[in-house]
Structure formats: structure tokens, C-alpha cells
Design a protein. Structure first.
Length: 390
């Protein structure tokens, strides 16, 4: 499995000018042209469209309606190769600590989920399960139907590579949410990012050497079950006509809110901090840690060259997101608003799994952080897959 590392090392020099343009110093940069097709208003509109289905909790009619809407949107972008993965979900008995042990933590705990150490001031975190904490009657009504076990579906579409269709990168975000809000950030922001990348890269005038799969996972909030189902059903198909070989997996989860560490009284700043950043994480304990770290730096380099407002930083404690089922099979990274374990787990986002995770909570400075994450991923993917404009 050395091929992905070779590709990553080459990609560190992005952008790559198309061979036909190499003799012209004034030739346009195709990556810059692609990134310019991302738009703040379109990104916001896609998030807004997802919030029409409330929190999109798995196992509900609103979740199924959101899956249908996502598929329709992908098809409208020109993504002709759209499919659904079907699986069965039977919930396990609840853990006293919450999903994956990520519930409320006591202050004498120093080690964060995924590794790393809590530092500075911490605030309490948890999952809201009280409908009455949602002040808006419209949202309470949207989120009222309870989840039931059984059949599940999730959507993915594929941009087929022109010269190496048998190899692909997987780009994911999870479309389900919890907490009696609209799941605007967790994970409307990541889902909208993946959809916007599909809109740009599936355009008829865009050519890629390698394939890209855009996946909108379900059941993330119950324990990454949708991503796990994909791995279980399709990992053995790699190298066949049904499934290109995986080169890397890039997950997007919560991308709008980086207002800094909680104050001593537990409150946070009302506005996005000027030094907000996109956190790119890999998992140092994974079997592909070296290659995943290399992939993370490719994304950081892409951010420096192409992101318009916010920088990116690299961390080694990726956890509790849909890249985890892939991390021992392929280089895998995740992009977030903050480090998942040491920062989000320490209360840096007070809207996480709360009724306040609604579209109107966020302003353009918040949405722009998500857009910068989209710019980062689009630029890195374009370099990794050899994207050009026809």
C-alpha cells in the first residue's frame, strides 16, 4: 500500500499546471478556477435547505425525506452516478457515558477522546434530549417523531476518473443530527460542503484523472453505523468494477463555530475569533498514521494557497467521526471547526447537540469558516486527482 504515499508526496507541490499549459507562464491555474466556483451564498443555501428537515434524526420520516432531497440535489448538479447504500440498524443499549463515551465528563479527567490532553478552561458538554428546551414550536414539531429501528439508506455519488477510474478518494459528511435543533452545524455544514464539492467537480467541463466518491453518511450520531455499513459491504469489492480502490478518506464534521476557549464563567465569545482555523486531524494510533499525516499536510498546503480567510492546522487525534471505520484500511483524515477531543469535547462549541444548533445561530463569519474548509478540500482534491477544466 505504498502508492497513496507516493501520490501525496507529489501533491505537496500543488497546484499542478496542466501539461498542455506548461509552456505558458500566463496559463490559468485550474485549481484556482475550480475553487472560485465555491460561493458563500450557495453554501449557506444548501445548509438552509437541509435544516428544512429539522435535525434529520436517523430512523424518522424527516431523515428519509432529507436523503431523498440530497439525492435530488446531487442529480441536479449533474452527478449521474448516484447510488444508495442500504443496511439495517438495531440500536445497542445506551451507555451511561453517552455515545462512544463522549457524554458529560468530570473535571478530573485529563485525557481527551482520541488521545491528547485537555488544557485550559473546560465547559460541560452533552446531548439534549428535552424537547421543551427548544423554544421554537416549528422546530419542536419538525423533530417530534421518534426514531425506530430497521432499514436505513444513505446516498453517495461518484465522479469517474478519466485515466484511473479504478482508484478513488472518498469524501464524506454525515447528514443525520440530534439535540432538538436543526443540525445546521452538526452536520449540515459538513453535508453541505460535500454537496458543494460534488456540484463543482461533477460539472461537465471538469475532468479528473482519478475518481472521487461523495458520501453522505447516515447514523453517525448512533456510533458511525452508516460509514461502518459501507466499509463492511464494500471493502472486499475494491479493485472490481463495483468499487474502485480506496486511496484516502476525507471526512467533514461541524465546520462553522470557532469562537475560542470558554471563559471562566463558561460563556464564549459571541463572534468568530479572527484567528479561527480549520482543524485537520489524523489518528496517530491508526495503521495508516504515516500516510494519513502526509495527507493532512497536503490539505494544509492547499489551505495556505487557496483558502481566502482562515488558516488550517494539523492535529493527530482524529476521533468520533465517520473516518474512524476507514483509518486502519486507508489513509483517513477529518476536517472540523476545532479539535474533536481536546476542544469540542471541552465545551468549545456550546451548540453541539443542543437546541441552539439552528441556522439563525450563525452569521457570515461562521459560515465563511465552513466555506474555507470547502476551499481547502476542493483544492487538495483537485491536486490529488489531477483535476483540469476542459
Amino acid at each position: 500500500m505504498q502508492r497513496p504515499l507516493v501520490i501525496f508526496v507529489a501533491a505537496l507541490a500543488i497546484p499542478v499546471v496542466a501539461p498542455a499549459q506548461a509552456d505558458s507562464a500566463k496559463a490559468p491555474d485550474p485549481i484556482f478556477q475550480l475553487v472560485a466556483r465555491l460561493d458563500l451564498d450557495r453554501y449557506k443555501a444548501t445548509i438552509k435547505g437541509l435544516t428544512a428537515f429539522g435535525d434529520r434524526r436517523q430512523g424518522t420520516d424527516r431523515n428519509r425525506a432529507a436523503v431523498d432531497w440530497i439525492e435530488a440535489q446531487l442529480r441536479s448538479y449533474g452527478c449521474s452516478d448516484v447510488s444508495r447504500l442500504k443496511y439495517d440498524f438495531q440500536p445497542s443499549p445506551p451507555s451511561p457515558e453517552g455515545r462512544g463515551g463522549q457524554g458529560v465528563r468530570t473535571r478530573d479527567t485529563t485525557r481527551a477522546s482520541g488521545g491528547g490532553r485537555y488544557r485550559g478552561i473546560r465547559a460541560r458538554t452533552g446531548v439534549n434530549s428535552d424537547s421543551l428546551k427548544q423554544p421554537e414550536a416549528r422546530i419542536r414539531a419538525l423533530d417530534a417523531q421518534a426514531s425506530t429501528a430497521g432499514a436505513r439508506e444513505e446516498v453517495y455519488c461518484t465522479k469517474i476518473g478519466a485515466t484511473h477510474p479504478e482508484e478513488m478518494y472518498i469524501v464524506g459528511g454525515h447528514m443525520d443530527g440530534i439535540g432538538w435543533g436543526e443540525a445546521a452545524n452538526d452536520d449540515g455544514s459538513g453535508t453541505a460542503l460535500v454537496m458543494e464539492l460534488a456540484r463543482v467537480l461533477c460539472s461537465a467541463d471538469v475532468r479528473t484523472d482519478r475518481s472521487i466518491r461523495f458520501a453522505l453518511w447516515n447514523n453517525e450520531e448512533t456510533g458511525l453505523n452508516g460509514a461502518r455499513a459501507y466499509v463492511e459491504q464494500r471493502r472486499a469489492l475494491q479493485g472490481t468494477k463495483q468499487e474502485p480502490t480506496w486511496l484516502g478518506m476525507i471526512q467533514h464534521d461541524m465546520l462553522l463555530f470557532d469562537h475560542g476557549m470558554p471563559r471562566a464563567d463558561g460563556t464564549l465569545a459571541a463572534t468568530q475569533r479572527p484567528e479561527a482555523d480549520v482543524n485537520i486531524e489524523f489518528q496517530t494510533s491508526s495503521k495508516f498514521a504515516l500516510q494519513a499525516q502526509q495527507l493532512a499536510w497536503v490539505f494544509q498546503v492547499a489551505n495556505e494557497k487557496y483558502a481566502t480567510d482562515y488558516p488550517a492546522s494539523v492535529g493527530s487525534h482524529m476521533t468520533n467521526t465517520d473516518s474512524a471505520p476507514f483509518q486502519d484500511l486507508v489513509p483517513a483524515i477529518s476536517l472540523r471547526e476545532n479539535e474533536r477531543g481536546t476542544q469540542i469535547g471541552a465545551g468549545w462549541d456550546p451548540n453541539w447537540h443542543q437546541p441552539t444548533d439552528v441556522y439563525t445561530t450563525y452569521d457570515d463569519a461562521d459560515f465563511r469558516l465552513g466555506l474555507n474548509a470547502a476551499q481547502t478540500t476542493l483544492a487538495a482534491l483537485a491536486g490529488l486527482t489531477g483535476a483540469t477544466l476542459k
